[in-house]
Design a protein around this ligand. Structure first.
Ligand code: SF4
Ligand code: SF4
Length: 367
C-alpha cells in the first residue's frame, strides 16, 4: 500500500494517450484545485497556493473552479517549483479517493506545455527573477533548494537574491456574531445545511465532515465522531465529542447508506460551489469562505475562555502545545476537556442564533 510521501510509488502515466491532452489536463487541474481550495492546508508552503486561493475567493470565481480563467489555472503551474512538500503533507494523496498529487499534475502541465511550445524551465525561471524571488522569500524550503542548486552547479546564481518580498496574504476572516446568526438562519434543509451547521459547531475541516461515514465514524453510544488516521490532515486518529446540537443534527438524518451526506452512497457530499452560490444569493455576507468557520470557531472558543491547547485538540492541530518535542511527551487527548469545550461552544452558538445573551460569555460583535 502506498505510504504518504512515497513519491516513487505514484506512476507518471506518460504512455496514456490523453496524458498530453490540454483539455483533459485542464479538467484535472481544476478538480485538484477545487479540493485544495476546500482544504487549504498547504497555504503557507509556497506562493502557488495563496495565489490560487486568492482567485478562488474572488467575486469572479467565487469558489467555482470552472470559473477560473485559463491564465489563472496556468499561474499555479508557473509558481510551482515542484518541491513536493505539498504531496508529503497531503492527506488526500492516492490511495485516498480524491487522488490529489499536485507535483505530478504540475509535471504533466509542464509536459503538455513543452509538447506544444517547447519550454525550457531553467530559462523560464532565470528570465523571471521576481517570480523566483516570490517563491524564495515565502517558502524557506524553496530558498534552500535554490541555494543547494547553486552549490551543486545546477544554476550559476540564486535568482532569488535581491528580489522583492511578496507579502503573504493569509486569510484572517472571522465571522461576527451577526453574520453567524444570519448564516445559520439562511442555511437550507438537507446535506449542505447540516454540514455547515456541524462545521460551525465543531470547527472541523469541511471534507472531514462532508465525508463522514455512519458505521466507522459515528458512535452515538460514546457520543463521539471518530475520524480514522487516513481521513485527517496529520494522519492521527481524531475524536470529536458530540455536543447535543451535533447529536440532534446527526440523529435526525436517515441512515440509508454508508455515508452520512451525499447522494451516491459510494462517496460523501459534493456540490459545494453550487450550494454556496445559492446560499450567498440569499445571505449577502461579504467575502466569506466555508473554511472561515474553522477560524471563527477557534477565535470564538478562545473568547469564551477555552484554553488554547484544548482548542488545538478540538481542531486536531499538531502544533503549539502538541507540536515538536513537546508533542512527543504530550499525548494527552483531552477528551473530557474537548467535550466540555464543544458543549460550551454549542451553548454560545445557540445564544448567538437566538439573539439572547450568552450565559457562557459576552457576545462578540454587534447584536
Ligand atoms: S493538503 Fe492536499 S488537498 Fe490540501 S491544499 Fe495541500 S495538496 Fe491540496
Ligand atoms: S510542489 Fe512545492 S512548489 Fe509546487 S505546489 Fe507543492 S508545495 Fe508548492
Amino acid at each position: 500500500m502506498l505510504e504518504q510521501g512515497d513519491l516513487t510509488s505514484v506512476p507518471v502515466e506518460w504512455d496514456k494517450s490523453d496524458y498530453l491532452d490540454p483539455e483533459k489536463l485542464d479538467v484535472e487541474l481544476r478538480r485538484q484545485y477545487d479540493v485544495c481550495s476546500s482544504c487549504r492546508l498547504c497555504f503557507n508552503l509556497c506562493p502557488a497556493f495563496p495565489n490560487l486561493f486568492k482567485h478562488f475567493d474572488s467575486d469572479e470565481v467565487d469558489h467555482d473552479p470552472s470559473k477560473l480563467s485559463r491564465a489563472q489555472v496556468g499561474e499555479f503551474v508557473d509558481l510551482c517549483y515542484n518541491c513536493k512538500l505539498c504531496f508529503i503533507k497531503c492527506p488526500y494523496t492516492p490511495p485516498h479517493k480524491f487522488l490529489i498529487d499536485i507535483p505530478k499534475v504540475v509535471m504533466r502541465a509542464r509536459a503538455v506545455e513543452a509538447d506544444s511550445k517547447g519550454v525550457d524551465l531553467r530559462e523560464q525561471m532565470l528570465a523571471s527573477p521576481d517570480k523566483v524571488g516570490r517563491l524564495a522569500t515565502i517558502a524557506g524550503p524553496v530558498a534552500s533548494f535554490l541555494n543547494w542548486a547553486m552549490r551543486e552547479g545546477l544554476i550559476e546564481s540564486n535568482p532569488a537574491i535581491a528580489t522583492n518580498k511578496y507579502p503573504e496574504q493569509a486569510r484572517d476572516r472571522v465571522l461576527t456574531n451577526d453574520e453567524l446568526r444570519a448564516l445559520w438562519q439562511a442555511l437550507p434543509e438537507g446535506d449542505f445545511g447540516d454540514i455547515v451547521r456541524i462545521l460551525i459547531l465543531t470547527g472541523q475541516r469541511a471534507r472531514e465532515i462532508s465525508d463522514l461515514q455512519w458505521l466507522s465514524e459515528i458512535n452515538f453510544d460514546k457520543g463521539v465522531i471518530e475520524l480514522p488516521p487516513q481521513r485527517t490532515k496529520n494522519r492521527r486518529r481524531h475524536t470529536i465529542p458530540m455536543s447535543g446540537a451535533v447529536r440532534a443534527i446527526l440523529q435526525a438524518r436517515e441512515q440509508d447508506g454508508a455515508f452520512v451526506f451525499g447522494r451516491s452512497g459510494s462517496s460523501g457530499f459534493s456540490g459545494w460551489s453550487r450550494c454556496k452560490e445559492r446560499l450567498d444569493e440569499a445571505l449577502g455576507i461579504p467575502d466569506w469562505a466555508v473554511h472561515d468557520l474553522r477560524r471563527t470557531f477557534a477565535t470564538g472558543a478562545a473568547e469564551i475562555g477555552i484554553q488554547p491547547h484544548i482548542i488545538e485538540a478540538v481542531l486536531n492541530h499538531v502544533s503549539g502545545h502538541k507540536g515538536g518535542v513537546a508533542g512527543i511527551y504530550n499525548r494527552a487527548a483531552y477528551e473530557t476537556e474537548k467535550a466540555t469545550a464543544l458543549n460550551r461552544w454549542a451553548e454560545h452558538v445557540a445564544a448567538i442564533i437566538e439573539g439572547r445573551d450568552s450565559n457562557v460569555t459576552p457576545l462578540r460583535g454587534a447584536s
